[in-house]
Design a protein around this ligand. Structure first.
Ligand SMILES: Cc1ncc(COP(=O)(O)O)c(C=O)c1O
Length: 440
């Protein structure tokens, strides 16, 4: 008899799933289920896995730290692994000065928003309270994060409770509005930003993912787009908050997208790959300018009223430190840049598939947009969730796949070998071929 489950799964129509495969262990890039089936983790365990599973160095860091100190609060106290990690993060994050820990990306973004909004309160420009963002951005599932990353299909039920934001379109080369070229449309978007910033002195911060929008459909920004936004923020005295949670730490082929994009922010959020994907930790870093505004006498009430039970958990910080040491020892970023070319070998074959409208790829991230009519670019739709169809078909072909809307996402562990990447791409093609039959 099937065991009754009491678990409610994330982003899932539970009615659609009779049961869920149970993963019992994982080694390298492979997940192993209770029936002994091996599937390649093409989701990188929700975009956070760096080295694959069961990496001895990371396990050792967890074990060693858990023998010394498992958890101790950061309220009134500190500990070695949080101190060492904060120093490391500040040293490789140009323009950043202090680190505020939390335990997931959404919280890191909430903190970023609170820092930015309070900065203007602390500095006496109390009218500055509005947030400007890009359409299609995604920053997490908590209320502040939903407000700044408002996706109607996901968050429509909560619209009334979300705070309003100003949204600017994001240039998407595949879906440029009629009458524009790609470069015209970039100018149009940047002009819109400038118009908003110049006419409204109540804008506190511009919030955007750094380098690309991931959940919004793998939209890689055109060259200099982010740099130009940074310039506009500076010109109009608006703070720039960058979200590197999904795109930093090598996912797009550089350690930080904001250094590649020459756009030093005032506040930046890290998460996901920070611990190599082994424990839950996130960090919000701020510039000295922002941090200094929170300094005053106790009764000035300028300090930040925020903190979580597991803020700066010692085991998570220890594994993160070891993870970052391995980045250096292994020269991971260079290797990603080389391996990224494996994806390119398959562009043509993927593009030829009947349901594929567009391929977007950078570093270790690929989004394949599915359409029902290539000419009209009609997004593919189905009664059953496309994700479920692709998940089942992917499993039949030995890969763990997840789609977001009509986008097949390839987000493998960063240290995946070229051989496993070849396997992943070949099996993705097979999966699309068999899954598209069910959707059309
Ligand atoms: C860009 C970005 N920001 C924030 C988040 C939220 O992170 P978490 O799921 O850890 O709350 C995500 C999650 O996918 C993300 O992609």
């Amino acid at each position: 008899m099937k065991k009754k489950s009491f678990v409610w799964h994330p982003n899932t129509q539970m009615n659609e799933w009779k049961s869920f495969d149970e993963i019992v262990t994982a080694k390298g890039m492979w997940l192993i289920d209770s029936k002994g089936n091996k599937i390649l983790d093409a989701v990188g365990s929700m975009w956070c896995n760096v080295w694959g599973h069961s990496k001895p160095e990371l396990i050792k860091a967890i074990v060693n730290q858990s023998k010394k100190l498992q958890h101790s609060s950061m309220f009134n106290l500190t500990h070695e692994s949080a101190e060492k990690l904060a120093e490391k993060l500040v040293r490789f994050s140009p323009g950043m000065h202090k680190v505020f820990y939390s335990d997931n990306g959404s919280s890191a973004m909430e903190i970023a928003l609170k820092l930015a909004l309070q900065y203007w309160q602390n500095t006496g420009e109390k009218q500055k309270s509005k947030i400007i963002t890009l359409e299609n951005g995604y920053h997490g599932d908590t209320f502040g994060a939903m407000s700044v990353g408002y996706v109607p299909q996901f968050f429509g039920n909560f619209k009334k409770q979300l705070f309003p934001t100003l949204q600017i379109p994001t240039p998407n080369k595949y879906r440029i509005p009629k009458g524009y070229t790609y470069s015209d449309y970039q100018i149009y978007c940047l002009d819109k930003i400038e118009t908003q910033l110049s006419k409204d002195n109540k804008i506190a911060a511009f919030v955007m993912e750094s380098g690309a929008q991931v959940a919004g459909g793998v939209l890689i920004y055109p060259k200099n787009f982010q740099k130009k936004i940074k310039k506009l923020c500076k010109k109009y005295n608006v703070l720039l908050i960058l979200d590197e949670i999904a795109t930093g730490f090598g996912r797009l082929g550089s350690m930080l997208q904001y250094t590649e994009q020459k756009s030093i922010p005032d506040i930046v959020a890290y998460g996901k790959m920070l611990t190599g994907g082994y424990l839950t930790l996130a960090a919000t870093l701020s510039s000295k300018k922002v941090y200094d505004s929170f300094i005053g006498e106790f009764n000035d009430r300028k300090h930040l009223f925020h903190g979580h039970t597991y803020t700066g958990n010692p085991i998570a910080c220890a594994v993160s430190l070891e993870n970052l040491n391995l980045y250096q020892k292994d020269n991971l970023i260079k290797k990603i840049q080389k391996k990224s070319k494996v994806f390119e070998k398959y562009y043509e074959e993927i593009a030829k598939l009947e349901s594929v409208g567009d391929i977007r790829h950078k570093g270790m991230l690929m989004g394949i947009e599915l359409v029902s009519n290539k000419k009209k670019k009609t997004p593919i739709r189905s009664k059953k969730s496309i994700n479920k169809i692709f998940f089942e078909e992917g499993k039949n072909h030995g890969i763990y796949l997840r789609t977001l809307g009509n986008i097949v996402m390839l987000v493998p562990p960063l240290a995946i070998s070229e051989k496993d990447l070849d396997f992943l791409l070949k099996r993705t093609i097979k999966t699309i071929k068999s899954a598209q039959k069910q959707v059309f």
